[in-house]
Design a protein around this ligand. Structure first.
Ligand code: CAA
Length: 260
């Protein structure tokens, strides 16, 4: 599949999606967001993809934010439309029924930090730098940053990071729970692939249901959320992979999941 600003590759059961505008530090413009939307159609429909890695090209940035050159002359309607598009695409990653790992080589600012937060898991290079610098540009975060940052790191920390526009380095990002893991820059993609392959070796439907229960459950009261959990738990017993996983355990043999 060929796009102007996005690379799409498959390695076994893993899809690797790379934002590829290194000259603009992979800044997200409308065209790139629309391309990501098309990539999501493929990720949704391809049953042989069990896990996704999302990264940025060039080694210096994951994504340095929404494209400031495109936004600078927006009027109210264009600003709202841009935010709606970004939020739609990011929400599709967040609700994609497959796990998405953000592999973050460098800057993850504004829309970049926001896209990483819509992923399930974040692995950062030691060189990664996070931040929501929007208020320094006279705008608010517009691709989910006012919502997901507080959910991940708590209101107080999120407000401080957004109000000050300051950079959060990888070690701090780890200590506040913004990223799952920090690795040496040269190991970033290997670590992301290792984790993606470990995930891909589990039962894919069970992972899908786990993601649905976690993502939907967070939006509900605990009783409704636990009902979701019971629903998906029960549903697992209608799958061949549940029989395979448990029989393999009992028979002390390797399991062979089929996504069925
Ligand atoms: N939009 C458009 N172009 C960008 C960009 C962005 N967000 N970030 C970087 N670029 C471009 C630069 O303009 C520059 O292009 P030219 O070579 O044509 O001048 C190129 O990428 C390289 O960037 P720098 O020369 O600035 O590189 P640096 O190493 O000196 O600085 C940086 C790196 C600190 C990340 C700096 O580029 C920067 O501050 N970028 C903007 C970060 C930002 O404010 N992001 C938030 C955007 S708003 C947003 O995302 C809103 C939202 O929530 C939806």
């Amino acid at each position: 599949m060929e796009f102007k600003n996005v690379l799409f590759e498959k390695e076994g059961k893993i899809a690797i999606v790379t934002i590829n505008r290194p000259k603009a530090l992979n800044a997200l413009n409308t065209e790139t967001l629309k391309e990501l939307n098309c990539v999501l159609d493929v990720l949704e429909q391809d049953d042989d993809i069990y896990a996704v890695i999302l990264t940025g090209a060039g080694g210096k940035a994951f994504i340095a934010g929404a494209d400031i050159t495109e936004m600078k002359d927006f009027n109210t309607i264009e600003g709202r439309k841009f935010s709606v598009l970004g939020n739609k695409v990011f929400r599709r990653f967040e609700t994609l029924e497959k796990p998405v790992i953000a592999a973050i080589p460098g800057f993850a600012l504004g829309g970049g930090c926001e896209l990483s937060m819509a992923c399930d898991i974040r692995i950062a290079s030691e060189k990664a730098k996070f931040g929501q610098p929007e208020v320094g540009l006279g705008i608010t975060p517009g691709f989910g940053g006012t919502q997901r940052l507080a959910r991940l790191v708590g209101d107080g920390r999120a407000k401080e990071i957004i109000y000050t526009s300051r950079i959060v380095k990888a070690d701090e990002a780890y200590s506040i729970g913004l990223v799952n893991k920090v690795v040496a820059p040269e190991n970033l993609m290997d670590e992301a692939k290792k984790m993606a392959n470990l995930i891909a070796s589990q039962a894919p439907i069970a992972i899908k249901f786990s993601k649905i229960a976690i993502t939907r459950g967070k939006q509900c009261d605990i009783d409704t959320a636990l009902m979701y959990e019971a629903e998906v738990f029960g549903e697992c017993f209608s799958t061949e992979d549940q029989k395979e996983g448990m029989n393999a355990f009992v028979e002390k043999r390797d399991k062979n999941f089929k996504n069925k």
